[in-house]
Design a protein around this ligand. Structure first.
Ligand SMILES: NC(=O)c1ccc[n+]([C@@H]2O[C@H](COP(=O)([O-])OP(=O)(O)OC[C@H]3O[C@@H](n4cnc5c(N)ncnc54)[C@H](O)[C@@H]3O)[C@@H](O)[C@H]2O)c1
Ligand SMILES: [Zn+2]
Length: 364
């Protein structure tokens, strides 16, 4: 990958290039011109990048709002507090929000944008691998509730997505791994060759020393994942059919994440979810034999967990899964591969039902 990569979706452009953090102001002015810009970020990202972004706006035209970092703050209380702070700072309809952070900030700031005075534009400036390759694309915004993840939200596509891979230099390796869980998902659902290439992440990317990380490999990985995610979304923005494939690992994953009290990160929970969902699919003959073993191998190589933490019972997990947005008429739906690179259930709109007894046994 050399220079700027632009990926056009029906509603907006995703730009990927090293150093792009310095062009957020220009991109915002071009794609979502406003009188004032609200930069929403978290307490870890603020000291690293907020100033760099704020100085790209003339004095008095931007204001930075910082929320405490972490999934436990992706809730209605933080949404309400941010909304009130915008009013208190005299933000009006002719404002644009800049979501500067990981997936938590993208979902949260995006939902503030979706609801503020019935909706104002926002720009995604993802700063984690997970947000760059997955969360910032596709227009899903929202917050968690005690009953489940992302249960309150809105479809509100961003005006632009600006991805600067260089900001990943400050990201902890554990969060790199979390992002790679979504990359494994992209390979498993759509591209076997890409899945195979991820075998090299531990030698090329997951190195403590920044100098020893392979930048070309990093950028290629980001571009390929963004292509897969944006292609799927473009075919089915509202998740009536094919977009469901992006939920692979997430039916069980979201329940595991929630019931861990968010001690597991989203990526870790998705890794476990992919392994368990694939196991059930393989037992039921939906997935080709050997599919799960390949997923376990790759997930372990990346350094992600494959076994769910003890504690919650299988029934407690199934209860949460029945309350998920992916359940229909009380039946839990899954997105699972038929084999690596190909999803099952094309004939049923990519929603696959797996028998509860088998899933309970897999969860036990
Ligand atoms: N909307 C979607 O389609 C979608 C898709 C996938 C995931 N998600 C959501 O995304 C969230 C997970 O996102 P995440 O993994 O990015 O979590 P996160 O936003 O909590 O970020 C992880 C950690 O990294 C820190 N951080 C962020 N950027 C950094 C940087 N450049 N340098 C150093 N530290 C940095 C954050 O402060 C945080 O502590 C979940 O809430 C999940 O539900 C949404
Ligand atoms: Zn996810």
């Amino acid at each position: 990958v050399t220079g700027l990569v632009r990926i056009n979706t029906p509603g907006y452009t995703i730009c990927i290039t090293p150093g792009l953090i310095h062009s957020v102001g220009d991109i915002a002015r071009q794609t979502a011109p406003a009188h004032r810009y609200a930069i929403i970020t978290d307490s870890n990202v603020a000291p690293l990048y907020a100033q760099q972004v704020a100085t790209q706006f003339p004095t008095g035209t931007s204001h930075t709002f910082v929320v405490p970092a972490g999934e436990t703050h992706k809730n209605r209380e933080t949404w309400a507090s941010l909304t009130d702070q915008l009013f208190a700072s005299h933000f009006t309809r002719d404002s644009t929000i800049i979501a500067l952070g990981g997936g938590v900030i993208g979902d949260l700031a995006g939902f503030v944008a979706a609801t503020f005075m019935r909706g104002i534009p926002f720009i995604q400036v993802p700063t984690t691998l997970l947000a760059m390759i997955d969360a910032s694309i596709g227009g899903k915004t929202g917050v968690d509730t005690l009953s489940g993840k992302n249960l309150v939200g809105a479809f509100h596509p961003p005006a632009a997505v600006t991805i600067d891979p260089e900001v990943l230099e400050t990201l902890e390796l554990s969060h790199w791994r979390g992002g790679l869980a979504e990359a494994v998902k992209h390979g498993a659902i759509a591209d076997e060759e890409y899945f195979l290439s991820l075998d090299e992440t531990d030698s090329r990317l997951l190195r403590p020393s920044i100098e020893r990380r392979d930048r070309a490999f990093r950028d290629q990985l980001i571009v390929r994942s963004v292509q897969i995610k944006s292609d799927v979304v473009a075919r089915d923005e509202r998740e009536q059919g094919v977009r469901k494939v992006l939920n692979f690992g997430h039916t069980i994953g979201h329940a595991v994440e929630l019931l861990s009290g968010f001690t597991l990160s989203h990526g870790e929970a998705v890794a476990i979810g992919m392994v368990l969902e694939s196991t059930a699919a393989e037992r039921l003959g939906v997935a080709e034999p050997g599919t799960t073993a390949r997923i376990i191998n790759l997930v372990q190589r990346i350094g992600l967990p494959t076994i769910r933490p003890g504690g919650p019972s299988a029934d407690a997990l199934l209860d949460i899964m029945r309350g998920d947005k992916k359940a229909r008429g009380g039946a839990i739906e899954y997105a699972v591969p038929a084999k690596i690179g190909t999803m099952a259930g094309a004939e049923s709109g990519y929603a696959v039902r797996l028998d509860d007894t088998t899933v309970r046994a897999v969860l036990a």
